[in-house]
Design a protein around this ligand. Sequence first.
Ligand code: AP5
Ligand code: MG
Length: 186
Amino acid sequence: MRIVLLGAPGSGKGTQGEKLVAHFGIPKISTGDALRAAVAAGTELGKQAKATMDAGKLVANDIVIGIVEERLEQADAVRGFILDGFPRNTAQAQVLDKLLDGHHQQPIDKAIHLAVDDEEIIRRLHERAVKEGRHDDKPEVIRHRIEVYNAETHPLLDYYRVQGKLATVQGVGAVDDIFQRILGAL
Ligand code: AP5
Ligand code: MG
């Protein structure tokens, strides 16, 4: 199973991704988690990415592609993986397809789009800001992340639709109900 999770910030990619990990026993590759870990560890890459992430902008393609390529080469990703937060623009999607081909891996099976309205996204991220204090969950940054999603990432729905790989799942409601919808779509 090679799954791409698509969706706006706060749409539940991380939450549903974890459930897919438990269900299929394949790893989740989250560029956002990897970047936050690099920031927390104070690595050179983390230092480069921090200001961009805090502003809700996209980190440079070569940085995130490097993260994904390295992770895909690890043994546990050979049987499949779940991508959370990558690809995020058409260039990244094209490189991903080439990477899989170049490493003699099967292509992406399915792109799951978690559809959640802006009002619910903003509600969730404001709530998480209070609980977790993620630096990009500030009101003005949330707004910008949604704009970046609409401009850069939303076109990927068409990228996967024309390949016959897109499934849109309603991402509002109980986490377990949404998960059942995802399993139904796979
Ligand atoms: P990233 O970490 O990918 O963040 P994001 O896309 O903004 O998404 P979130 O992690 O905020 O939300 P999510 O969809 O995972 O939802 P979650 O399950 O957490 O990226 C962060 C930054 O890193 C980017 O802005 C960029 O700078 C950089 N970056 C990352 N990847 C990149 C790339 N490929 N290229 C360039 N730059 C990149 O849920 C959200 C909240 O809602 C949680 O509190 C959760 O508990 C709650 N929740 C989940 N499901 C439900 C539900 N059904 N009902 C109620 N609440 C729910
Ligand atoms: Mg996430």
